[in-house]
Design a protein around this ligand. Structure first.
Ligand code: MRU
Length: 351
């Protein structure tokens, strides 16, 4: 059986949260050891850790580390006031991915449910919860893989975008979890990874982790995807998601929409793989999702190397929204959700 050697983007070492600094990949595996909420927030904002589920896990870690600084609070009221402050700051670190909001809310409600405990106990509980969420996420991704592999035929040529792998989650990955699960079943597959300009998550991260696992992967420039679809060289597309609106519209890395429209045109199935913690039941449709804009220097340079004239004006809209009509199914840990998405997503959230 094919097996995996997944990388872990976030883990705990005692009271320290350790984050694999993805900005240095694939050249170097450098780790950031965080003992304060601020260090984790900085890692999120500056892309040391990225991918909606991984950002959520880092957010939970930030809340847990923030809570630790409140051990000396003068009483429960002061503790909860401080905790709410950390939650509010953490949830704003990146606006588009829903998992961050979700994870912060899990942390806040865990503390509230234990309001009768001592502050020391709540702080301990929050650290354990942040750790647990990582392991739960890996288990969820394995279930996403179990459902998702059913849409990957033997011999499939699979297109994926950005990085929705181990590095974007607690481990195993969502879209790459589907691919891993098919591979672990000894299915012959061929992955095409779009490089994903400007931040190159596909080239730097997806290719890196698939190669580590020995999964056949070919890197393509983003503008090659349409050609391959037209030439019938892609059988199925699987991508991740940052936020799924209640009607099934999906926010994901900028360029996902383009792929989905092309897939529809060419009759290629287009699947989104995501945990239920990406489904935002309070956002009715995609047009109300806040889309992050990032600094233009992330477009005008690759790493530290400029690729455009000095003072070039550039626009980096980090995500787009794919309307649900382009989506064949949303692969979650409880099954593959198909149309009508509004009804079926709601039901999935209550399973
Ligand atoms: O800007 P990033 O790298 O955080 O964007 C990541 C993506 O768009 C992923 O596809 C998405 O978060 C799903 S990851 C399982």
């Amino acid at each position: 059986m094919n097996g995996g050697l997944e990388v872990r983007p976030i883990f705990w070492d005692g009271d320290t949260c350790v984050i694999l600094d993805q900005r240095y990949l694939p050249q170097e595996e450098k780790y950031i050891r965080c003992s304060t909420a601020e260090e984790v927030i900085d890692a999120i904002k500056n892309m040391a850790i990225r991918g909606a589920p991984a950002v959520g896990l880092a957010g939970a870690a930030a809340v847990a580390l923030g809570a630790r600084t409140l051990l000396g609070a003068s009483g429960k009221d002061a503790f909860f006031k401080g905790l709410n402050h950390f939650c509010d700051v953490v949830r704003k670190a990146r606006p588009t991915g829903y998992n961050l909001e979700w994870a912060v809310e899990v942390m806040r409600s865990t503390a509230v449910e234990h309001v009768q405990d001592s502050i020391e106990e709540i702080v301990e509980l929050l650290r354990n919860k942040a750790k647990e969420l990582i392991e739960e996420d890996v288990a969820i991704n394995r279930n996403i893989g179990r459902w998702g592999k059913t849409v990957i035929p033997q011999g499939a040529r699979i297109l994926t975008y950005c990085n929705a792998g181990s590095l974007a989650t607690g481990g195993y990955g969502t879209a790459l979890g589907v691919i891993r699960a098919a591979w672990e079943e000894d299915r012959t597959i061929q992955v095409f990874a779009c490089e994903t300009r400007p931040y190159l998550q596909g080239a730097r991260l997806t290719v890196y982790e698939l190669m580590k696992d020995g999964i056949p992967v070919v890197l393509i420039t983003d503008n090659t995807a349409g050609y391959l679809m037209q030439k019938r060289r892609i059988d199925v597309i699987v991508v991740g998601a940052d936020r799924i609106a209640a009607n099934g519209d999906v926010a994901n890395k900028i360029g996902t929409y383009t792929l989905a429209v092309l897939a529809k045109h060419h009759g290629i199935p287009f699947f989104v793989a995501a945990p239920r913690s990406t489904i935002d039941p309070r956002t009715p449709k995609g047009d109300s999702i806040v889309i992050e804009e990032r600094p233009s220097k992330e477009v005008t340079s690759i790493g530290k190397r400029p690729i455009a004239p000095k003072d070039t004006r550039a626009l980096y809209i980090a995500f787009d929204v794919t309307p649900h009509r382009y989506i064949s199914g949303i692969i979650t840990e409880v099954g593959i959700i198909v149309k009508p998405f509004s009804k079926n997503l709601k039901e999935a959230l209550f399973k």
